[in-house]
Design a protein around this ligand. Structure first.
Ligand SMILES: [Ca+2]
Ligand SMILES: [Ca+2]
Length: 229
């Protein structure tokens, strides 16, 4: 009886040794498989973008030559008010924030505070930022005239479902040379979404320009530019 048990144990040891050998070989095989590393890790960096503002059409495409056409007036011996619309349905102001910082501000301004409305020959002018309104005041250009922009009557909407939380329209403001050289159109505060875009569409007559009395008949232009920061 004892002899049978001893033989069984002996056989078991051989079997156990065989099993251990198989496990070691297969284990070694597994390690070899991992070290061969046939798997490649792909990586992709997405950098943050920069703030941008543009005039876009109803499809969101950039407008090549944006313009604001003020309603035509007739020569008058008295002062007059001209009106126009900044940001129509086909020329909306689009603010893009592809950064991870919430706050931004879109303003509109002339290239220099000392510029004026000029005719094509640059021989006739009127002012866009005179604190005296229709008449020339303390600035040095010698011309009267003042422009007011009122964004409050317009609408600010998110693009592609971006929330309007934290998005505000600028308040009505008049250009004053040296002190109000730019006017806020739309802003995002610290609660605004990041990596989002918004569009401002103005309402009729949101631009008013005081025209001096006896302003000579001609076509006058002035360039105002949007910036975001
Ligand atoms: Ca001026
Ligand atoms: Ca002036």
């Amino acid at each position: 009886m004892k002899k049978n048990i001893r033989r069984w144990l002996s056989n078991l040891n051989i079997f156990t040794a065989f099993l251990v050998s198989v496990l070691l070989i297969s284990g070694a095989g597994t390690v070899t498989y991992v070290l061969a590393s046939a798997t490649s890790e792909f990586s992709q960096v997405i950098n943050v973008g920069t703030l941008a503002v543009d005039f876009v059409d109803g499809s969101g495409n950039s407008v090549a030559n944006p313009s604001v056409t003020m309603g035509a007036l007739s020569f008058s011996f008295n002062t007059q008010d001209a009106t126009g619309q900044l940001a129509t349905a086909s020329e909306k102001v689009r603010a893009s924030n592809p950064t991870q910082t919430s706050a931004w501000n879109v303003v509109i301004a002339a290239s220099t505070a000392t510029t004026t409305w000029d005719n094509a020959g640059n021989t006739k002018h009127f002012d866009f930022n005179d604190s005296s309104g229709y008449t020339d005041g303390a600035d040095d250009d010698g011309y009267g005239g003042q422009m007011t922009i009122n964004p409050t009557t317009g609408t600010a909407a998110g693009v592609d479902g971006c929330s309007t939380t934290g998005i505000t329209k600028g308040s009505s403001s008049s250009f004053v040379e040296g002190s109000t050289n730019s006017i806020t159109i739309m802003s995002g505060d610290g609660t605004a979404a990041t990596e989002c875009r918004w569009e401002f569409t103005g309402a009729a007559s949101n631009v008013t320009q005081k025209i001096p009395a006896k302003q000579s008949a001609d076509t006058y232009t002035i360039d105002l530019t949007l910036t975001i920061s």
